[in-house]
Design a binder for this molecule. Structure first.
Ligand SMILES: CC(C)(COP(=O)(O)OP(=O)(O)OC[C@H]1O[C@@H](n2cnc3c(N)ncnc32)[C@H](O)[C@@H]1OP(=O)(O)O)[C@@H](O)C(=O)NCCC(=O)NCCS
Length: 167
């Protein structure tokens, strides 16, 4: 039996969170995506947070939420514009315990509150199943280049509940 995680909480991003989120980003990529990406691809992807000032600026420019357990950040997610999940990263030590779902639920709710009808995400191959389970449907495969490495992802979309024509 797994150890139950104390109930995670959510709060908005603060600039001082940047080093901690950069560490979560790198650990999440290094430990949770190895079945789908080569070591070179993982390194290129994780190195996006090496420039902490630029990484912090990006987090601040989006609607970034942090999941905490007993006050410590364990994951984060960022909404770009009103309808795009730009980042979703959970620390490997708490993976599979509902933190990703909590963050995603919150972003979908915030987007819905802004009148968004359809959410999108460029899902990593490692997160495809996570998003599929939440009702996201694959639209197209993409290849993106990050620090000289090509990585594949999939654009997925989900119609938000209550956004359809309701009789
Ligand atoms: C994808 C990710 C955010 C999921 O976070 P998580 O906290 O582990 O996910 P949860 O525990 O909330 O899982 C919710 C559901 O998705 C399922 N799930 C999560 N990750 C999964 C995976 N890799 N494969 C299959 N199912 C998965 C869980 O089993 C759970 O299913 P259930 O509702 O039937 O119990 C996390 O694995 C991660 O950070 N991955 C690496 C970074 C990454 O690829 N981010 C996405 C960028 S777009």
């Amino acid at each position: 039996m797994g150890q139950a995680l104390p109930r995670p909480a959510l709060r908005p991003f603060l600039a001082t969170d940047t080093p901690m989120l950069a560490a979560i980003f790198a650990a999440s990529i290094q430990e949770l995506t190895g079945d789908d990406y080569s070591e070179e691809q993982q390194e290129a992807w994780a190195s996006v947070a090496d420039d902490e000032a630029a990484f912090g600026k990006k987090l601040a420019s989006e609607l970034t939420l942090i999941a905490t357990v007993q006050g410590s950040p364990v994951g984060f997610a960022a909404l770009k514009g009103n309808d795009k999940i730009d980042m979703l990263y959970v620390h490997p030590s708490v993976a599979g315990q509902g933190v990703g779902a909590l963050l995603c639920d919150a972003l979908e709710k915030l987007a819905g509150g802004r009148g968004t009808k359809s959410m999108s995400v460029d899902a990593s191959d490692s997160a495809l199943e996570f998003f599929r389970k939440r009702g996201y449907v694959a639209q197209q495969r993409n290849s993106v280049t990050i620090n000289g490495e090509w990585l594949a992802n999939t654009t997925m979309k989900k119609e938000l509940e209550g956004s359809g024509a309701q009789g």
